[in-house]
Design a protein around this ligand. Sequence first.
Ligand code: ZN
Length: 71
Amino acid sequence: MKIITTPYKIRCELGICHNYARRAVVLDRVGAGSRIHICESCMRTLCALMQEELDKTDRKNAPAGKKAADK
Ligand SMILES: [Zn+2]
């Protein structure tokens, strides 16, 4: 999986977003559906949400007593 700057003028594919996509997430499979076009705004939002989820998982998996030291 990788992220490229798309040369095409194409709308962001996330939700009802109407921005133009500046990046495309290229998935590791062939075909028209293997790219997700995304604008920077959605990318930031998605990134923040994903990080939040990962942090939750990390906190859950962290050994007791380690939480305070994480900051
Ligand atoms: Zn968007």
